[in-house]
Design a protein. Sequence first.
Length: 341
Amino acid sequence: MTVTTDTPAAPAGPRPAAEAAPDLDPDPDPDLDELAGLRTVPARHPWRWAAGIAALVVLAQFAHGLATNPGWDWATFRIYFTADTILQAIGRTLELTAYGTVLGFLLGAGVAAMRLSRSVVLRSIAWAYVWVFRSIPLIVQLVFWFNLSYLYKRFGFGIPFGPTFGDFETVGLLGALGAAVLGLGLHQAAFAAEIIRGGIIAVDAGQREAAAALGIPRWRQARRIVLPQAMRGILPAAANEVISLLKGTSVVYVMAIGELFYQTQVIYGRTGRVVPLLMVATVWYVVLTTVLSIGQYYVERHFARGAQRTPPPTPLQRVRAFVRGLPDRTRPAARTSGGQS
């Protein structure tokens, strides 16, 4: 006689999670439970805080000196900061910067193309141009072009080393403004050529080889493939050169052109208020440089679209997102009966 024990049937449906997935580690380590209960404490950096506080103290002292030292003469600064003569001088400064930038980068593009040419003659001439104009100080070049008529009384056109068909005097050819634009443009072209050349050679040669394999003409290769990629390397250095040219226009004071620095010199030479007039020029240079830097940021962001599918938010977008998130940050955390949620 056999005795059997009936086992109750398992209930229908999915089993509980504890039964469905048995514990693979039935003996947990007690040390892990102890570590899990410890409170996480962030690392402390006392010297970092000390350095930051010291820097803030120095900045506060400098700001206090700006506000309380009578030598800065802020009353005179306020009078001349928006004076008509200063605003006209700012316009002349921007005019010189624009002319020098356009002329410099147009010539620089041609010189860069010559340096990348397969012709030894063109490469040598372009190298010599860059070498000469990067070696001579800008102020020397400006004085030279301003006194061009001293070296060459007349210019003529005709057969090289042969008879001329006509000539003209050089005295009225270049005025002060023309000599300044020519000097700034030729000086800028030497640096712009190296910036453009560096951006072009930074593009992978495989890009041009692939375009040539597809039968794309060389001009379209340069315009649609090489230059858009080269601009990412050209723009930061090019914008730096434009900002440097903006400040470099102050050198043309030797030619008595009424740009910003020359005009402030004229005013403090008449009034004797040297420091506040220098601060007028300084603040305006800072304002103009800031505007150019903002433009540089957005132009670089435009040309970075090929490398970044989602460009990072702009500072204005970050501020808007922060303001929209303020209600969520200031709202108290919700609590439950069992503790914090």
